[in-house]
Design a protein around this ligand. Sequence first.
Ligand SMILES: Cc1cc2nc3c(=O)[nH]c(=O)nc-3n(C[C@H](O)[C@H](O)[C@H](O)COP(=O)(O)OP(=O)(O)OC[C@H]3O[C@@H](n4cnc5c(N)ncnc54)[C@H](O)[C@@H]3O)c2cc1C
Length: 483
Amino acid sequence: MSESNSQINSQINSQINSQLTLNRALRVAVIGAGPSGFYAAEALIKQEDMDVSVDIFDRLPAPYGLVRYGVAPDHQKIKSVTRMFDRTISHERVRYFGNVEFGKDLSHADMRKHYDAVVYTVGASSDRSLNIAGEDLAGSISATEFVAWYNGHPDYKDFVPNLDAESVVVVGMGNVAVDVCRILAKTADELQAESDIADHAIEALRASNVKDIYMLGRRGPAQAKFTTKELRELTELSNADLIIDPADLELDAVSEASLENDNNSKNNIKVMRQFLEEAATAESPEPKPRRLHLKFLVSPKELLGDAEVNAVRLEKNRLEDDNGYLNAVGTGEMQDIAAAMVMRSVGYRGVPLADVPFNERRGTIPNVEGRVTDTEGNVITGEYTAGWIKRGPSGVIGTNKADAIESMQKLLEDVASLTLVENADADPSSVEKLLASKGIRYVRFDDWKHIDALELKAGEEQGRPRVKFVSVEEMLELCEPVT
Ligand SMILES: Cc1cc2nc3c(=O)[nH]c(=O)nc-3n(C[C@H](O)[C@H](O)[C@H](O)COP(=O)(O)OP(=O)(O)OC[C@H]3O[C@@H](n4cnc5c(N)ncnc54)[C@H](O)[C@@H]3O)c2cc1C
């Protein structure tokens, strides 16, 4: 047993002893089948002191959340985490209900009627805006939309990014910004061979006119948030020259000193300096068809254009030391960069669920260590949250494991005080009956595995990792009728 599971066990032992006699498994609904939903389910079924049965719901037919619809399609290794999730969902006390949306197909009241506890793990499906003039012009989009489109998210299958643009600006310097720049920079053939990028995206990217891609950071290279592995990939693009201004790597004293305590930034600077050194000594190579410009110390101030964006007005920044934190401060010096597509990549944002408290400012469900609270901070018994909707959109897939374990520990600690649902309503078949009565066509795990097998087979035939179905209707047609 892992340390975390034994921790959970010892935490709940005393609770179980004082618990109402429960002649059935505790019934828990997990809303959202992304990493945090799977880690929450895993924590519940792996503890050994009481029977918990878990129903995982997702609004989409396919599970895995951003592992399927966010993680870059050319980073297949990362997606293999789904095998672990499959083990969880195959457990005898776990069921999957795909294509069931909380707040639309099943209400908060439905969940509370049928489950002793509800766990919200719905992620952060929207995005933060730049709050500058011109942001609503055509051609101004979010990385969230672009990522969902190239990953074949059903909601974005008809999205049309303007790939006629010769020049594209991406605002932000995190790993998501790096992902979208890399996808724009690679050739369609590269993407087709090594990724499960959606077919519609391959076709559009094959016809792409993009020549210049600008990635903007408001602070300097020592403050860029991308990780070194992702940066290194940008130095190795076959189809795009990476352009970095050597002057940007002459760091101010505070930035240089900050590298001592920040291995990622230290390695980033090392990679960039090494890249420039090698570029300076190499015989002038043939220019590649595309250029990816890293532009540091600039902030977009306005998107210019009539109905469609045609340029971005940037202000040059300088760094100002505020007790060791380096703020970007505008210098007043402006520059316009032509761009017919501008993509903001400045963070994802959660969206509210019907009848569930929501912190508008943070874009999260208010909670104390995973226990949902109302907006005044009072705990709502029997409701929990984990993942991006609990703590905001940060951290890698694995970060959600400890986060979900924390929340599930709280749930298990609370068992004695939960309002248990009527036994008839807790019967596992009651939810199936409810869905049937509402005419909801739900996707079971076996159905998903059938769809998955067809996607893998189509991929194998084309020498690709997988070919995705992107339409909900198409996926539903492949499912066994629910009897
Ligand atoms: C573009 C991008 C690239 C990334 N790349 C990496 C990477 O390379 N490596 C890495 O480790 N991490 C990566 N991450 C981070 C990782 O994806 C997240 O940490 C993780 O997915 C968050 O998990 P989650 O379960 O909280 O949310 P999500 O993964 O978003 O899952 C939420 C699930 O809830 C469902 N849902 C939403 N609303 C409802 C509703 N009303 N009813 C029912 N279901 C609902 C959604 O359909 C979704 O399946 C990346 C993130 C992004 C955005």
